[in-house]
Design a protein around this ligand. Structure first.
Ligand code: ZN
Length: 204
C-alpha cells in the first residue's frame, strides 16, 4: 500500500505558510514505513528542530483504479479516518528553497500517524461537511471542515489517478487546515473526527 498526501488544500493553511493557492491538487507520497498506529508515541528525530503537526482527514481506497472520472470517484473510497502528516518544517523549508523534493521532511519513519478506526463514509450525512480537530494539552490548535477544502475528495481522486494507479488499501491524506505548528517533547495530542476521539498519543 501507499500513502498519498495532498498539500495546500485549505486556503488559510496555504497562506499561513506563504504558499500560493494551487490551481490543481498538489500531491506527494509517504512510504508504508512512515505509518504510526495504535496511538504509539511519536519520537522527534534528532535531525530536526521543528516538527509540525498537520491534522488531516484520511480516505481509504477500496477499488483498483486508474484515470478515474470525477463523477465515479466516490466509488473508489469507502471509509474515512483521521491522521497527522508530521512535517519537519525546517528541513522542508531548506528543500523548498533549493527546489528539491520533500521526502526527507515528509516521508521519514513515523511521520504518518493514523487513527485505528475508520468509519464507513455513509455514516456522514454530508461528506462535504465533516469536521475534525486537533487538541494539544487540552487546547484546540487546529480545527477543520471538509467544506473548506479547495479540492474535494472526488477531485483529488480524479487528479491523482491520472498519474498513479490507486490500489485497495491505499491511504489518501487530504490536506490540513490552518493552525499548523511545532510539537515538543511531553505534548499530549488528541485528534477528533466529528465528536469521536481517534488519536490520543504523546510526543517523546
Ligand atoms: Zn499535510
Amino acid at each position: 500500500m501507499k500513502i498519498i498526501c495532498i498539500g495546500r488544500n485549505y486556503v488559510a493553511h496555504a497562506r499561513e505558510l506563504d504558499n500560493e493557492v494551487p490551481d490543481e491538487p498538489v500531491f506527494f507520497m509517504k512510504p508504508d514505513s512512515a505509518l504510526l498506529r495504535n496511538n504509539d508515541p511519536f519520537f522527534i528525530p534528532d535531525w530536526t528542530k521543528e516538527v509540525h503537526h498537520e491534522i488531516e482527514l484520511v480516505l481509504r481506497v477500496c477499488r483498483l483504479g486508474k484515470n478515474i472520472g470525477k463523477q465515479f470517484a466516490y466509488r473508489y473510497y469507502d471509509e474515512i479516518g483521521l491522521g497527522i502528516d508530521f512535517t519537519a518544517r525546517d528541513v522542508q523549508n531548506e528543500l523548498k528553497a533549493k527546489g528539491l523534493p520533500w521526502e526527507k521532511a515528509k516521508a521519514f519513519d513515523r511521520a504518518a500517524v493514523l487513527g485505528n478506526t475508520f468509519f464507513p463514509k455513509e455514516i456522514f450525512p454530508d461528506p462535504e461537511a465533516i469536521s475534525f480537530r486537533l487538541d494539544i494539552n487540552g487546547k484546540t490548535v487546529q480545527s477543520g471542515n471538509s467544506n473548506l477544502m479547495i479540492f474535494d475528495f472526488d477531485e483529488i481522486i480524479a487528479h491523482v489517478s491520472k498519474y498513479v494507479t490507486l490500489k485497495i488499501g491505499d491511504l489518501i491524506y487530504t490536506g490540513t487546515p490552518a493552525g499548523v505548528g511545532p510539537v515538543k517533547i511531553g505534548d499530549h495530542l488528541e485528534g477528533y473526527l466529528e465528536d469521536k476521539k481517534l488519536l490520543d498519543f504523546m510526543i517523546k
